[in-house]
Design a protein around this ligand. Sequence first.
Ligand SMILES: [Fe+2]
Ligand SMILES: [Fe+2]
Length: 235
Amino acid sequence: MRLDKRLAVLGTVLKAGFAERVWEGRQHSSLDRFLGEFDRALRTLAAPAQGIRKNPAQGLPEADMDAGTRQHIARLMRINHTGEICAQALYQGQFLTARIEDNRVALRGASSEEVDHLAWCESRIAELGGRTSFLNPLWYVGSLSLGVIAGLAGDRWNLAFLKETERQVEGHLASHLAMIPETDQRTRAIVEQMKTDEAGHAELAQKLGAAEFPFPIKWVMRVSSTLMTRSVYWV
Ligand SMILES: [Fe+2]
Ligand SMILES: [Fe+2]
């Protein structure tokens, strides 16, 4: 590469790094946060996810499965992918409304693990020859709205929503593990790591002071999650 081109690339990288440090180091206004989250929303829905951690499937052999099984597993991973889209929206709702700055920072870490999940699901769906759901924007907006409503009720309820969601997702991933053949090590490795992470996220929400939802709210959440999984399996 020519020297002037190299210098231009270096300048862009330094500028991006500086902007990031300025962003991290300052107190954000509500408008800053809103614009930051809007940008995040567009990237979640429209761009391939960029995970940070190594994909747990890396180095594992591909299983010999018939077309029907591959399609079924791709659809299960599509459900998990939409679940991760919802997780992004939920964390964004939390980030926009949380009043305690420490909570925001702590949950940003968990939210970056959700980006890893999103990337791993996308890559496994592609390997299996499947596609992501057409309904993702719909579920994204729904989750974001619920996250914001929970956030407006106060940090304890915001965290309660997060904790209950993570618990339900963990249970839901366990049910997928029961359906994925033992031979499909690549899918299993991803789902197992996600399940471990979700349990950690529920614990984090608990540590940060999450309240406990009454049974009727948990039931409504379960019904909407069933609606999501049933629709996304096909669409
Ligand atoms: Fe996740
Ligand atoms: Fe999670």
